[in-house]
Design a protein around this ligand. Structure first.
Ligand SMILES: [Fe+2]
Length: 535
């Protein structure tokens, strides 16, 4: 059907103020028009400056996201503080000649005028195009996708793993390159924002090296809901990031910096009383929900909980288990500092996932006919040994799975005891690429699985590649570590029935725009043979 026809129809609906008709297709909770609905909004400035996104695909639909914010960094995003209806449509083609689903959703001030539409009723296993309209403004077009039917034969899935995108430390060229890849989905492992203040224009140190920020945060460290909203709006204004969101469906996780560095359940790193930290966490959770293409099941509860662990399957090829390693974990040992792993790390009562999520994950890790299982999570499972810069002592990160050794052994033990030879893990957080075999106890035994730990999009800025003592020491201490580098980039996974190929993609510069991407190293895994092999 012609585009003009839809446009006229939508405008007519808006003009008539037919709120009930507009709202009918959306979620039951919005079935009744609010009394304070702004029926005919008009914008002097584009309200879609934060872009569009899709996420959480299923076989019959996915989430569509946008947020109205004509003045993204101003209070309320420059919006009139009333709910307004936003029209959406999903088409078979980029030109919107065949629109299969359309409806209207409420952008409410309670949720920062964000819009989350759960589209259903679509045929499986194909791309879709979507856009929004409010008043006389039309959004950019995004590309979503439905998953193949459960059990359908699928021969290939390609996805990117990325995260850690400190705004001040580089251009988001990695996101531009991801947008240019033909991908089925993107997994964002976390550190979508960083909570720290604007430190001013002068030189400071990043990873021990002098650094002048490429661009700057606005305001001080963020605590309130408005602070977090403004930080997301700042990051989300980036065109490269917007391009990646518009190009493919995403599955997102939060790690620590969405709230505060190295938080664990109800604890921050500064000793703040838990009941106060939970207020900050609730503000951070709400802003995260508002800015991500998440399903309603992930809406923060009044108790401040957010359901983030879930699964998705690509036919008979791949099941992915997306984890939440922050919300249920025990507090870090050793005061959050890297250190030797003693008895404390092995205490069986210490948990990384919480009892419920751990049982859910272990239940899902069973030979079930799927070619591959992926564990998509936030922090390194490899438990790499490092040498202390001054004392020479062997130390480990206590924020990663190494600080939760009993939980790590339970997970790898489950994979081994279930006889699964087809599990690959993807993660991030370390601001370097690390490709490792995963052995049950570090330094001994055959690989049980392997890990592609993706480097950062920008955090750490240009990086120093392989030329430092940390690199040399870590390589020599960890025979299971097959490749590492301190450069920015992402991991590209190309999954077929015979092999899982992981490419460690790097950009040599992020302090200059539009750098080319190259492949630093590639590995393959075969479904019957855990462990990385040179590609
Ligand atoms: Fe990070």
């Amino acid at each position: 059907m012609p585009h003009d026809f839809h446009r006229r129809r939508l405008l007519k609906a808006f003009g008539a103020g037919a709120a009930a008709a507009l709202l009918a297709p959306f979620h039951q909770a919005f079935a009744a028009a609010p009394r304070n609905l702004l029926a005919d909004p008009r914008f002097d400035v584009d309200p879609f400056q934060l872009g569009v996104a899709s996420g959480e695909p299923a076989a019959d639909g996915f989430v569509l996201w946008t947020r109205l914010a004509p003045q993204p960094l101003e209070q309320g995003g420059g919006m009139v503080m009333r709910p307004m209806a936003v029209a959406w449509e999903v088409a078979e083609d980029e030109g919107f000649r065949r629109v299969l689903r359309r409806g209207s959703a409420l952008a409410r001030p309670e949720l920062g005028h964000s819009v989350h539409v759960e589209v259903d009723g679509l045929p499986p296993g194909r791309p879709w195009w979507y856009r929004f309209r409010v008043g006389d403004a039309t959004s950019p077009v995004g590309r979503g996708a439905t998953l193949p039917d459960a059990g359908a034969r699928v021969d290939r899935v390609r996805f990117a793993v990325a995260g850690c995108q400190h705004y001040e430390e580089g251009h988001y060229t990695a996101w531009r390159r991801i947008a240019e890849e033909p991908l089925d989905f993107v997994f964002h492992y976390g550190d979508y924002i960083y909570e720290g203040p604007d430190n001013g224009p002068g030189e400071r140190r990043v990873n021990g090296r002098p650094f002048v920020p490429l661009r700057r945060h606005v305001g001080g460290e963020i605590y309130s809901l408005d602070d977090y909203r403004r930080r997301y709006a700042l990051y989300r204004g980036d065109r490269d990031l917007q391009a990646a969101h518009a190009a493919a469906p995403w599955f997102v996780s939060f790690d620590d910096h969405e709230i505060d560095n190295n938080w664990a359940a109800d604890r921050d790193q500064d000793g703040t009383p838990p009941e106060l930290f939970l207020l900050r966490r609730a503000a951070g959770f709400q802003a995260f929900y508002e800015h991500m293409p998440l399903r309603r099941r992930s809406l923060p509860t009044p108790q401040g909980h957010m359901r983030m662990y879930r699964r998705a399957a690509w036919g008979d090829l791949l099941t992915t288990h997306f984890l939440d390693t922050r919300q249920y974990r025990s507090d870090q040992i050793n005061g959050d500092r890297d250190g030797p792993l003693g008895e404390a790390a092995l205490a069986p009562e210490r948990t990384m996932l919480g009892a419920q999520q751990e049982a859910w994950l272990h239940e899902g890790l069973r030979p079930d006919g799927q070619c591959w299982h992926a564990i998509a999570q936030q922090v390194g499972l490899a438990n790499l040994a490092m040498r202390h810069r001054d004392s020479g002592e062997i130390i480990h990160s206590t924020d990663q799975w190494g600080g939760y050794l009993a939980a790590r052994r339970r997970l790898l033990g489950r994979i081994r005891e279930a006889g699964m030879t087809n599990v690959v893990t993807v993660s991030g957080d370390a601001h370097r690429h690390f490709a490792s075999d995963l052995v049950h106890n570090s330094g001994e035994g055959a690989p049980v699985s392997c890990e592609f730990l993706a480097t950062s999009v920008t955090s750490g800025s240009d990086g120093i590649g392989e030329d430092d003592d940390f690199h040399r020491n870590t390589r020599s201490l960890n025979p299971q570590l097959k490749a590492m580098t301190d450069k920015r980039g992402y991991v590209l996974c190309d999954v077929t029935r015979d092999a899982w190929r992981g490419d460690l993609k790097v950009l040599d510069r992020v302090m200059v725009p539009d750098a080319p991407v190259r492949t630093f190293a590639s590995f393959v895994v075969e479904p019957g043979r855990p462990g990385l092999q040179a590609a």
